[in-house]
Design a protein around this ligand. Structure first.
Ligand code: TMP
Length: 204
């Protein structure tokens, strides 16, 4: 039996990580064996690449290639073995982040991203993706209260407007995979939607 692959996406500050922790606990309470992970990162090598990606200056192409190098290692060492063993994998960010941040945000060519995607994991895509959508100005205020910013979080509102639009275009193009959630809603309201979605699509 193979497991299920679920991803959480959204601009920095949209609230996805809080909900991801809760979602994983809900699955576990239903007896599902879940691996919780994140990108960039999730394997020892990819976590080292994460440090570079979040804190060192580099060109757009280098950033794009390092994202995929980290993803490839994460897939080989953690995601694919877990799914093959029947575990579920819930990942904080995956390929949609690359289309949104490096593609829409930084302006990397979409065809180039698609080619790298095909090479790195074309046959493996998330079964479900929760996109937390929030106005960039509001997300920036939330981030300011949270922690010291990394190289992405210091980008301006215009950058996050492009990233948000990139995400929404991905969601519009694949409505059966995406659930778009309004990150401005109360935590309890979002939990109700997630709870219903777990029951509907996984039948658990
Ligand atoms: P996090 O703060 O949600 O852990 O994510 C780290 C940053 O990495 C976030 O600002 C978005 C960025 N990122 C990309 O730009 N492209 C990608 O493909 C991924 C996975 C993350």
């Amino acid at each position: 039996m193979s497991g299920r692959f679920v991803t959480f996406e959204g601009i920095d500050g949209a609230g996805k990580s809080t909900h991801l922790d809760w979602y994983v606990e809900r699955l576990r309470s239903r007896g599902v064996d879940v691996v919780q992970t994140r990108e960039p990162g999730g394997s020892p090598l990819a976590e080292s690449l994460r440090e570079l990606l979040l804190h060192r200056e580099m060109s757009i192409d280098t950033e794009l290639l390092l994202m995929f190098a980290a993803r490839r290692d994460h897939l080989e060492r953690l995601i694919r073995p877990a799914l093959a063993a029947g575990q579920w994998v819930v990942c904080d960010r995956f390929i949609d982040s690359t289309y949104a941040y490096q593609g829409a945000g930084r302006g990397a060519a979409i065809q180039r991203i698609a080619w790298l995607e095909q090479w790195a994991h074309g046959d493996l895509q998330p079964a479900r993706t929760y996109l937390f959508d929030l106005e960039p100005a509001l997300a920036a205020r939330r981030r300011a209260a949270a922690r010291a910013p990394d190289r992405f979080e210091t980008e301006d509102i215009a950058f996050f407007e492009r990233v948000r639009a990139g995400y929404r275009a991905r969601a519009d193009a694949d409505p059966s995979r995406f659930v778009v959630l309004d990150g401005g809603r109360a935590i309890s309201e979002i939990r109700v939607i997630l709870e219903q979605d777990i029951a509907t699509i996984w039948n658990i």
